[in-house]
Structures are given as structure tokens and as C-alpha cells.
Design a binder for this molecule. Structure first.
Ligand code: PLP
Length: 232
């Protein structure tokens, strides 16, 4: 038994009461560990590495909804396009175009979240507000003059994702979550055919409670469920 099942059960009750979806982050964890959580009822799992996700998808039940949450290189999109449920880490227009292309080949629409850079660290990936607006405009194919009309028909932007700074200063983290929430409020009012913000994915093991207080409706939790990871 590696899964903290008592914690899982309590967490589910807490999240359900608040209408928050749990994504269990299973990167570096084994197929057996994932199955243990699956048998407790968990269906949404998040992975950061393409190869690892592809291998796990092959070995695990078909009704798992796989979320891709790591940095995604354009040339690897094709490997996950046939089955991925939600790509949470879209951080460029180029990547979005590639996802659309591969989704089309698979005759499906792939749901995406736009990853916003809310942390202080330069190293973290994500879009700034200007780029968010640019993507919103580009995907708006109700606007007939848009040259990109055909480019985004096989993606649907369902929300925003963000990662707070790696710091002990809770007020910094709270501010960053608040900022993401304010963007979410603003852009969820501007919806188009394939740009419908409903999901705000923020909060991990260390900060999920605060993220929910600040308006998150999807949390991505790894180590609290599976135990600490050994760094890759
Ligand atoms: C690893 C990871 C998580 C989970 O982190 P924990 O601190 O183990 O809960 C959540 N989101 C992203 C994007 C991650 O890479």
C-alpha cells in the first residue's frame, strides 16, 4: 500500500463539497500505484513526460482521463493526440497550432488549458496577458476576416492553468493565484465557439487549500497522494 487512501477519501469529500476536480499527478509513479488509486475511484490523472504517459496509457484502463501537465514539445504532440483528455500546459500559439493539426488527423477535438506565467521565476513556462489576448483573438473564428479561421477548429480552450512561485511566502502565492483568477474572470466573459473558459487549474500539494480559497476549480496533487517523488 503506497497510496494514502485515508487522505484520498477525505480529500474527495472536501473537493466535492467545493466543486473542485482532482487531478492525481502520477509522474514517476508506477502503474501499480496508479491502479491502486484507480480502484479507489480516481479517474483523472496528470503526467509530465510524453514517453511515460504513452507507456502508462497502453498499460492502464481505457476510462482513465489523462491530463498532460508538463512542458510539451511540438514534435511530441502526435504521440498523445489520439487519447489525451486535456492538455493543461499550452504555452504558445505554435504549440496550439500543432495540437490542432494532430487533433484533426485523429478526427477529434482536443481540450486545452492555456498555461499562464504567474510566478516570479523566469524558468517557469507560460503565457503573459498579451499572449492570452492574442490567442483569444486568433481562435475567434466568428470573426470572418481572421486568417486563422481553419487553424483552430480541432481544439477547444477550456480554461487557464498556473503554477505559483516556489516560496514559503504565502502572501506571494496568494497574490499569484488571485492574479490568475482575475484573468480567468475577465476572459471567461469573452467566450467564442472554441474559447470557453470554465476551468481554472491551480493548486498542488503544498498550496491547494489556498488555491481553492482564491477560486480554483481544479487541483493537481501528486506527493500528498503518492508520497514524495525521487527527482528525475
Ligand atoms: C508535479 C506537478 C504537480 C504536482 O506536484 P505535487 O507538489 O507533488 O502535488 C502539479 N502540477 C504540475 C504542473 C506538476 O508538474
Amino acid at each position: 500500500m503506497v497510496i494514502n487512501s485515508e487522505f484520498y477519501r477525505e480529500l474527495i469529500v472536501e473537493l466535492k463539497a467545493k466543486n473542485v476536480t482532482l487531478v492525481a499527478v502520477s509522474k514517476t509513479k508506477s502503474v501499480e500505484d496508479i491502479l491502486e488509486l484507480y480502484h479507489l475511484g480516481q479517474r483523472n490523472f496528470g503526467e509530465n513526460y510524453v514517453q511515460e504517459l504513452v507507456e502508462k496509457h497502453e498499460q492502464l484502463p481505457e476510462d482513465i482521463r489523462w491530463h498532460f501537465i508538463g512542458h510539451l514539445q511540438s514534435n511530441k504532440v502526435k504521440l498523445i493526440a489520439p487519447f489525451v483528455s486535456l492538455i493543461q500546459s499550452v504555452d504558445s500559439k505554435k504549440l496550439l497550432k500543432e495540437i490542432n493539426k494532430e487533433a484533426k488527423k485523429n478526427n477529434r477535438v482536443i481540450d486545452c488549458l492555456l498555461q499562464v506565467h504567474i510566478a516570479k521565476e523566469e524558468t517557469k513556462f507560460g503565457l503573459d496577458e498579451h499572449e492570452l489576448e492574442e490567442i483569444r483573438k486568433a481562435t475567434n473564428y466568428t470573426n470572418n476576416t481572421n486568417e486563422d479561421n481553419e487553424t483552430y477548429k480541432n481544439i477547444c480552450i477550456k480554461g487557464l492553468m498556473g503554477m505559483a512561485s516556489f516560496t514559503d511566502d504565502k502572501e506571494i502565492i496568494r497574490k499569484e493565484f488571485g492574479f490568475l483568477k482575475s484573468l480567468f474572470e475577465k476572459y471567461s466573459k469573452l467566450q467564442t465557439t472554441n474559447y470557453k473558459l470554465q476551468t481554472i487549474s491551480m493548486g498542488m500539494s503544498g498550496d491547494y487549500k489556498m488555491a481553492i480559497e482564491e477560486g480554483s476549480n481544479m487541483v493537481r496533487i501528486g506527493s500528498l497522494l503518492f508520497g514524495k517523488r525521487i527527482k528525475k
